[in-house]
Design a protein around this ligand. Structure first.
Ligand code: PMP
Length: 391
């Protein structure tokens, strides 16, 4: 393993080395690292639910009232869902999802990674094709690699390019599935889901949308960007990871009943893993219901995003979308590390995102906003960023 030592050394020298840091949630939007309290602009708790003690208290009080029923509040499912792990909390949650999304099928998975890794390999065969936005998340790419289908990428958000690829390839394949994130995790920009629905209909394709950074934050009921763009019924598979605004663990997908039933029979990361603990599933139901009524938080998030994007315009942020993710692309890894360190000294936590997570020379600070930050705190942070950026 000597070669590993050398490789690790090279990572360190190139500012690529990743390390784990202990951090502690200190309350709404505040985190502590090495004993210092910092404003957290690096997490994905966009609506502040994960750090909302009142909600937690309400959830646990209800649990006590229900005598900590194991089937809803237990800490282990003790088995996979096809064996004895399918507690009633699962069907309650999936019924709730079907009702909210008006779909015939819904499934809960252990994480967004499991969902994206397993759904497409289960559904697609040889002579099928995946057509993916170039900047889709690594979990989707890993799923493409495991699938027997072919896979091509269109330039990021370039739907003329997507059309061109489909014109060239449509007749060579049976099923074709277009895959996109709705709000992109590293750039904070948005897919045009209405255009994608037109294209999918024009070329008789399926459409798969990952709503990781939109679930909870967008749409009148927090159901995501597809709700906001009024295209839920036209999307074949919507995947929503729950570790971000939904303040939990797991991911759901909504889809047709036949896709749901096929996944239960064939999707390996669904079949061969211990189910999520009932308490997590029940918390997911609780949060889904609460999120419906969080329009004030959603509006505040968009307002904060406007302030932040405007404040960063001067130093090259050209984001036309007011989303919860605002990247500041600074180029080299070293520069991203330097600015992140400077901000931490000033009391703001944001991590540098480096190559290879993002393409070469696009190392960045990925600011993720949350509805608990005040506009004053944000304005102060913008000034600090300006100072460090021009240094
Ligand atoms: N899809 C996207 C777009 C993501 O950003 C993430 C998480 N970073 C995932 C999927 C994976 O979700 P999870 O964390 O639940 O595995």
């Amino acid at each position: 393993m000597e070669d590993l030592e050398n490789k690790l050394l090279a990572l360190t020298e190139n500012h690529h080395l990743r390390e784990l840091h202990d951090v502690r949630q200190e309350g709404e939007g505040v985190i502590s690292k090495e004993g210092r309290k910092l404003i957290n602009l690096s997490g994905n708790d966009y609506l502040g639910i994960a750090s909302n003690k009142l909600l937690l208290k309400e959830f646990y009080e209800e649990a006590l009232e229900n005598d900590l029923s194991i089937s809803h509040y237990g800490l282990s499912a003790s088995s996979s869902r096809l064996l004895s792990g399918n507690h009633p909390a699962y069907s309650a949650y999936e019924e709730q999802l079907k009702e909210y999304y008006n779909k015939d099928g819904a499934l809960l998975f252990n994480s967004g990674y499991h969902a994206n890794l397993g759904i497409l390999p289960a559904l697609l065969e040889k002579r099928d094709l995946i057509v993916s936005d170039k900047l889709n998340h690594a979990s989707l790419i890993d799923g493409f690699r495991l699938s027997d289908a072919d896979f091509v990428r269109y330039r990021h958000l370039d739907y003329d390019h997507l059309r061109k690829l489909l014109q060239q390839k449509r007749s060579d394949y049976n099923k074709i599935i277009i895959v996109t994130e709705s709000i992109f995790s590293m750039d904070g920009d948005c897919a045009d889901l209405q255009v994608l629905v037109q294209i999918k209909k024009e070329f008789d394709c399926l459409l798969y949308v990952d709503e990781a950074h939109a679930i909870g934050c967008r749409g009148e009921n927090g159901l995501g960007f597809a709700e906001e763009q009024m295209v839920i019924s036209d999307i074949d598979i919507i995947v929503a990871p729950l570790g971000k605004a939904m303040a939990s663990q797991g991911a759901f997908a909504v889809m047709s009943k036949s896709i749901q039933d096929w996944l239960v029979n064939r999707m390996r990361p669904f079949i061969f893993t211990t189910a999520l603990p009932p308490v997590t599933v029940h918390w997911n139901s609780f949060v889904l219901e609460k999120v419906k009524g969080m329009n004030n938080e959603r509006i505040k998030l968009q307002e904060l995003s406007k302030i932040f994007v405007n404040g960063l315009k001067e130093i090259g942020v050209q984001q036309q979308y007011n989303t919860c993710i605002v990247p500041l692309i600074v180029g080299e890894n070293e520069r991203a590390v330097h600015i992140a360190k400077g901000l931490e000294e000033e009391g703001v936590l944001v991590f540098p995102i480096r190559t290879p997570t993002v393409p070469p020379n696009t190392a960045r600070l990925r600011f993720s906003l949350h509805s608990k930050i005040s506009s004053e705190e944000l304005t102060k942070t913008i000034k600090q960023i300006h100072k460090l950026y021009h240094y």
